[in-house]
Design a protein around this ligand. Structure first.
Ligand code: C2E
Ligand code: MG
Ligand code: MG
Ligand code: MG
Length: 291
């Protein structure tokens, strides 16, 4: 009877689960009309080059302002968009909007400064992906050298041949490739030598981990390894000045995080492009933290 009871328990109606499922279905339906209703927008977060003190790139981050729920977090709606295929039209909107806004910014003649856009695997394997990319570049007039695409390692798990071909086409156009969230999940050093990445973004978990000795050893070796492979190394989620000091000592190329700047609307970001001053910021941090 013990086994029977537990079986019955499994098939029993679970109101919490039902609510979750309803919630996801509801969100999927509403996400379908979100573009049309103007509920989507982009926030921009700069990445700072520690050698020059200048902005190296700006990441576009999707925001959804739901009429009743208010701000819905990407970690909640991006997986739904990926599962329903809605990430294809949404991703196209992101690409178009980010490239158009970036093409209008005053980059102060800096060819090295780029706009960085997150791309989901479902979006990249869509047969029209490269055509859409070409179309967006032609229409917005953005220099392909000022574009970087952020891909997570999960992109490399399935269809490696197909992905390789798409990556080659991206590279042919002068667009850069970044591996996002490195160290989270699958993490295989194999990807680093098999795919033509330019940038490695070390996941926030590794940056948070630098408070322990072991964490410091691991993060420092990832930085060294990436640099030896000729990749630009970026630390994500830098929140504390001790983390920044550590990353500077270990030769990390670029940093991104709340300590330097939170994701901001595009007009604020445009101002930031002209005003950002790392030396001034370091001086302020130094005074505060007694460096
Ligand atoms: P991601 O690409 O790794 O982006 C970095 C995330 O970390 C962003 O979260 C950013 O707001 C957050 N962040 C930046 N600095 C800090 C920090 O110092 N501390 C902490 N705690 N967080 C920080 P966000 O905007 O919520 O986006 C979450 C994820 O959703 C992104 O992770 C990305 O994977 C996905 N995403 C966002 N926009 C898009 C998009 O347009 N397309 C696709 N396919 N995915 C997107
Ligand atoms: Mg990213
Ligand atoms: Mg990501
Ligand atoms: Mg990331």
């Amino acid at each position: 009877t013990q086994a029977r009871q537990s079986y019955i328990h499994v098939v029993e109606f679970d109101p919490v689960m039902d609510e979750e499922m309803h919630d996801r279905l509801q969100l999927a339906t509403e996400l379908r009309t979100a573009i049309r209703n103007g509920e989507l927008s982009l926030a921009y977060q700069p990445r700072i080059d520690l050698a020059t003190g200048r902005i190296a790139a700006i990441e576009a981050l999707l925001r959804w302002q739901h009429p009743e729920l208010g701000h819905v977090r990407p970690s909640r709606f991006i997986p739904i968009a990926e599962q329903t295929g809605l990430i294809v039209p949404i991703g196209e909107w992101v690409l178009e909007t980010a490239c158009a806004q970036a093409a209008g910014w005053n980059w102060q003649g800096s060819e090295e400064c780029r706009i960085s856009i997150n791309i989901s695997v479902q979006q990249m394997v869509h047969p029209d992906f490269v055509a859409v990319l070409d179309d967006v570049l032609a229409r917005t007039g953005l220099n392909p050298k000022q574009l970087e695409l952020e891909l997570t390692e999960s992109i490399f798990i399935e269809n490696p041949q197909k992905i390789s071909k798409i990556l080659d086409k991206i590279k042919e156009r002068g667009i850069r490739i970044a591996i996002d969230d490195f160290g989270k999940g699958y993490s295989s050093l194999n990807y680093l030598k098999r795919y033509p990445a330019d940038t490695l973004k070390i996941d926030k978990e590794f940056i948070t981990g630098t408070q322990s000795d072991t964490g410091q050893i691991i993060t420092a070796s990832v930085i060294q390894l990436a640099r030896d492979l000729g990749l630009t190394v970026v630390a994500e989620g830098v929140e504390q000045s001790e983390q920044l000091a550590f990353l500077m000592r270990k030769g990390c190329n670029e940093v991104q995080g709340y300590l330097l700047c939170r994701p901001v609307p595009h007009d604020v970001c445009e101002q930031f492009l002209q005003q950002f001053d790392l030396q001034q910021m370091l001086a302020l941090l130094g005074e505060r933290e007694g460096w």
